[in-house]
Design a protein around this ligand. Structure first.
Ligand SMILES: [Zn+2]
Length: 286
């Protein structure tokens, strides 16, 4: 956080601040997203599986490459914390930081969820978002962020001195352990920064601190993704509920979330192939 400065501003401070910003990663150099092809595929899709994640818990699910999955609000406003791995290799996992660098602080239709190094390929493409009308509000807030991490028992202990076991980090750890058979401590090492589904967040105008406000999600709203590779996912129903107040206790009203898996007609995907991992040689100049 920037506090009262202790250092004298240089004489040319105003000129240095007035330099024009440059977009770090212009989107026009990213591989093209063929939204028309996804639209044709989703016209034909049929639901093959449904999963209900109970409040303050998490569940794992698998999505074959070429299928779609939806995260659907039911019963009441609820935030979800989403992790993604390559189904056959937990070392390839969602990289929220690079996804943020490429697509901005909050994701919506047409954006992709990228995997970390050395893979750096789209794991999933967002194909529908019923909250895309929200945009950015007067506080600078928006939904589906990649700026938060996930609520966790360590930060909670640090800030409150209390132990709480149903933070998203712990929920995702239990779900991954149950799905893979890994012991808890080994599963925990694979849990990573999330896509904060339905969460409404931003940075305050004065101190630029991370803030949250009540999610605008309502029952029936959903975010939908196309699986670019075979995926193992885990979704936690955050103990913060709609995240209007706090998120590491049993006080907030919490609701389940539904995960739906859809299979499109494969013929509509004739022109699509799963993306290859990064072609970078990996020599790092050595
Ligand atoms: Zn959470």
């Amino acid at each position: 956080m920037k506090r009262t400065p202790l250092s004298q501003a240089p004489l040319d401070a105003a000129a240095r601040r007035a330099v024009k910003p440059v977009i770090c990663y212009p989107v026009d150099t990213l591989p093209l997203v063929d939204m028309a092809a996804y639209a044709a595929a989703r016209e034909t899709m049929e639901r093959t599986a449904t999963l209900i994640v109970p409040p303050r818990d998490a569940m794992a699910f698998r999505v074959p490459a070429g299928f779609f999955f939806r995260i659907v609000s039911m019963d009441g406003p609820q935030v979800g914390d989403l992790n993604l791995w390559a189904a056959d290799d937990l070392s390839e996992r969602f990289y929220s930081g690079k996804t943020r660098a490429l697509h901005g602080t909050h994701l919506s239709t047409g954006d992709r969820m990228w995997s970390g190094f050395p893979y750096l390929r789209p794991m999933a493409t967002i194909t529908h978002d019923t909250l895309d009308w929200y945009g950015f509000d007067a506080d600078g807030g928006s939904v589906h962020d990649v700026i938060g991490t996930r609520c966790d028992p360590y930060t909670n202990r640090l800030l409150s001195g209390q132990d709480y076991h149903y933070c998203c980090h712990s929920n995702l750890t239990r779900a991954l352990a149950a799905e893979t058979g890994l012991p808890l401590h080994r599963a925990e090492a694979h849990v990573h920064d999330v896509l904060n589904v339905f969460m409404c967040t931003g940075f305050t105008g004065d101190t630029h601190q991370y803030f949250m406000k009540a999610s605008p999600v309502r029952p029936g709203d959903f975010i939908e993704c196309f699986a670019e590779i075979d995926l193992l996912g885990a979704l936690s129903t955050c103990p913060g509920g709609d995240c209007s107040d706090e998120h590491s206790s049993d006080t907030a009203a919490c609701y389940p979330l539904r995960v739906e898996i859809y299979r499109p007609d494969p013929e509509t995907l004739a022109g699509w192939t799963p993306p290859e991992p990064s072609a970078y040689s990996g020599s790092h100049g050595a």
